[in-house]
Design a protein around this ligand. Structure first.
Ligand code: GRF
Length: 199
């Protein structure tokens, strides 16, 4: 998993695995921010971590190549971004094509990029939510795997909306990973078809 900060999605996934809700192993957690809280949370749960400060690499691709090397050394089959605050280079996306997931706190394609909660509130939408999607070369633009809708309340500010959406993120990310690892899906252009479990 790739993170940059708090790591609550990471923790939800690790706790889901520990509780038997997902059959998977998090082989490695990489953060580009060495001080990320998520690194400590992963270590506390016995997961191997790697701090790879992007500022130490001369350019974006060099940094992505270091990440790829570490992921491949750990035989990672699926790369999950959870609050990873950097755009991956086309080189990295090609290398792991179809094997990178991201979670974003809006109903894409609305409000991609930073500050999605504020953007949704400023736009005045009545419903927002979260999206798990495959990563392509664009920003929050790849094929959508799962979404959850979250109604906006009159009194919401970005923090209150973020907190409510986060609960759904934790739920759908686990479910999305389960679907991908089970192989019960097919990407057809922009659409991801999901087959019922056991079919
Ligand atoms: C989440 O809201 C996620 O959707 C966005 O960044 C936030 C990360 O939170 N991409 P956390 O680090 O998983 O707690």
């Amino acid at each position: 998993m790739l993170i940059s900060g708090r790591g609550s999605n990471l923790v939800a996934i690790l706790d889901g695995i520990a509780a038997g809700a997902l059959e998977a192993e998090v082989a490695l957690v990489i953060s580009n921010e060495p001080a990320a809280d998520g690194l400590r949370a992963a270590r506390d749960r016995g997961v191997e971590t790697l701090a790879l400060d992007h500022r130490a690499s001369p350019d974006r691709e060099s940094h992505d190549r270091l990440m790829a090397e570490a992921l491949e050394t750990h035989a990672v089959g699926l790369v999950c971004l959870a609050g990873y605050m950097r755009v991956l280079t086309p080189w990295f996306v090609r290398r792991f094509r179809g094997r990178i997931l991201n979670i974003h706190p809006s109903l894409l394609p609305a409000f991609p990029g930073h500050d999605a909660h504020r953007a949704a509130l400023e736009h005045g939408v009545k419903v927002s939510g979260c999206t798990v999607h495959f990563v392509d070369e664009g920003i929050d633009s790849g094929p959508i795997l799962l979404q959850a809708a979250v109604p906006i309340d009159e009194g919401d500010d970005p923090a209150s909306l973020a907190a409510r959406i986060l609960q759904h993120e934790h739920r759908i990310y686990l479910e999305a990973i389960r679907i991908v690892l089970s192989g019960g899906y097919r990407i057809e252009g922009r659409r991801v078809r999901i087959f019922p479990a056991g079919s």
